[in-house]
Design a protein. Structure first.
Lengths: 89, 89, 89, 89, 89
């Protein structure tokens, strides 16, 4: 999984019929020390994540293993909201 | 998903038999501030996207989850046309 | 899908039994303006592509969705020969 | 698979219901000479790996082939703890 | 598929139970002119490849399509030993 932060929303009225109700969030990739990268993924939300929150997202077919994304043309899902990152050297 | 813009079409008469009728669009990758990247993907269209439109595309096995791409040798599908990108800091 | 050009062949006598008869072509990645990249993928051919031809190839599990690649340990397939690339600004 | 070293833990209380009990470890990617890269993946543990240990992780749908990750929205799993890396020239 | 050369072995006693008997080989990525890249993948062997041999490996779910890797948490498999690379301009 990749660690990121929700930094926006993508609005799309015209979409594949299987995507009705899906919420597309912009996730900026972050390093483990919580410094931002200049890289972004658009992911569907399965946990009620809001702007500014640090999250984990899963990509590929694994992104379709939640109730919200099953059988949908979706390749990234936010599946956890991060409380804390505990780094050891 | 990746945000992009439709910048052309690839024409192919000779293709795998499962691909009859598929439309191959060129999608240039874009940043979240809608500045272009020097990176391109060829994707099948499932939403009637036209040249110049900003779109989302899904990659990998998720690209086969639309009516237009089911069971086809296709690894990228345009599944939404973007109305607006709402960035928060 | 990625746009490329067939620039060679890889010969392998000793291979997984499921790969009997598979033809491994070298595909050089190309930009949309048909300038070459310094990047290569080895793909199985499903359309009779020959050296010098511009092609599209699909990667990942989607590469197993042709008659020639079904259930085989193959992660890239040439699924179309390109007639023309039509770029719009 | 990619070789890495466990360098921390990500804590997440709010997560997809399928992820109850999953442990998210931070894996820093390493080179084959065991020098570190500046790249990280968050992976679920299936072998009881601890901080400081060198491990292998598998990504994509293959990450769902363990007892601990089956049918879960998880795209990386630690599936082996490394005893030794034997490099030949 | 990616072209590489076997340059070592990774030993792991403690591994997911589905991995009993799997042999983890280190594959250095090579260019088509057989010059080495500074990039490595750990792959399971399905063809009896030995140190120094040039091989092809398949990644992702396709890596699970051999007898040796079926249903296992493995994302890369060596599926062919290369006899010759025939480059055309």
């Amino acid at each position: 999984m990749i660690l990121g932060r929700v930094t926006g929303t993508v609005w799309a009225t015209k979409k594949d019929e299987k995507l009705e109700g899906a919420k597309f969030l912009i996730v900026q990739h972050y390093n483990m020390d919580l410094s931002p990268q200049d890289k972004f993924t658009v992911a569907v939300d399965s946990v009620g994540a809001g702007a500014g929150e640090y999250v984990l997202f899963a990509a590929g077919s694994s992104a379709r293993q939640t109730e919200q994304t099953k059988d949908r043309p979706v390749d990234a899902v936010i599946m956890a909201i991060i409380d804390e990152v505990d780094l050891k050297k």
